[in-house]
Write a protein that binds this ligand. Sequence first.
Ligand code: UD1
Ligand code: CA
Length: 469
Amino acid sequence: MDSRATVVILAAGLGTRMKSRQAKVLHQAGGRRLIEHTVDTALQIAAPERVFVVVGHQADKVREAVGARGVGFIEQGEQKGTGHAVTSGRAALAHLGGLLVIYYGDCPLIPAEVLHALVKQQSESTDAGTLVSAMLDDPTGYGRVIRDAKGSVQAVVEQRAGTPEQLAIREGNVGIYCFRADAFWKHAGELQPNNPAHEYYLTDMVEVLVRAGHSIGALRAQHPADLLGINNRVELAAADRAFRDRKVRELMLDGVTIQKPDTVSVDAQARIGIDSVIEPFAQILGATVIGENCRIGASSIVRNSTLADDVEVGAFTIVDASRLDSGARVGPYARLRMDAHVEAGAHVGNFVELKKTRLGPGAKAMHLAYLGDAAIGAGVNIGAGTITCNYDGIAKHPTRIGKGAFVGSNSTLVAPVEIGEGAYLGAGSVITDGVPADSLALGRARQVNKEGWARKRREKTHKEPLHNR
Ligand code: UD1
Ligand code: CA
């Protein structure tokens, strides 16, 4: 028999219980949308041409979220139930034969091993289908698995349709199924919307197939917590936590020190090298790559950035879409964004912002500065309070600072402007014109001292000493 699996993921529903303007499967847990997780799990057991997503509510956005993975889509025009969702794909699916694995797009934690075990059990049995069940402490909301006296599965009864005796059953339908495609499609037309919700329930296929003389198997899940669907934002937060726990555990076992791991968030795609230390409340997001022996300070956020080895990010620092070469040190309280590049051994201190700026090897900007659209050479020293005026209200302009230059504190560099190598800018200068290499530039009024002026003024205007006023 053909035991190749076709996977169908149901994701056409609105997700009413999320109380959101956004379709449920587009919400994120563990740094990715629910539908991305569920599709990626499917791709571990089937090729993209055998994975289909049923879309309906916000179909375009759901297609966009996972389209690049090469999977197929089935349109369910009107959401008439989970059974209807699958039968909407009859034209695309029925001729594929083999096994039909179906689950819901709101179950992002399903481990691929469960799907493997399900397919294996089904292919080794004579049953027409197998479902995954779990003994639940509180099965409220789940379909209940109804068995006969001999223990054979007879039906799945939904919460809304169950009798009190049926609802007392703790064996819940997790919502992952594997059917023999031929049996499924032969009988799928027999589904009826005869329930209080007037929906075509996929779960009724169990009863339909049993009535047709087939048997249905059940695979008891060992860790039901991984399989539960997300219906509201409390469950969404729980799934998010589960992903974060998995990820930090994996990293720790791979040689990364994570302090207070329950406070740290690391997205699934992020990579961190051995002997790096992640301090409490750090967030490492998106496609970030961190090398070996780095330190990410408490409460820092590193997103879509690349850090080489031996990089130190101080506490409360934000590094976004930026690059830090080996030995770079940034923060505490720094902000790097939009392609900032801190080269080897360069330092960025507190309250310094770098936007689209390259800080050359060994250069330093230690305090209170804004450096935007700037190319700063090796070994340059940027004094406290330096500002690149890169925006004239209409366009952005570049600033270039040659290697070894010294930019005095509180300098204002009005771009476009170029400072030559080894030049020296006096503190408090407003620099509007280029500065030749190795020269001193002073762009400020000369200081005037008037001796005795303050004393005379005091004597004239106030007879009493200052501190009595
Ligand atoms: C479903 C099962 C229930 C099971 C539970 C496990 C049915 C009838 N019930 O209930 O037995 O215990 O999951 O989590 O299947 N969807 C569509 N089109 C539709 C309706 C739903 O694509 O017309 C999609 C939704 O987007 C969702 C999934 O199907 O991703 C499940 O729908 P949902 O309403 O969450 O089903 P449950 O009530 O949780
Ligand atoms: Ca659900």
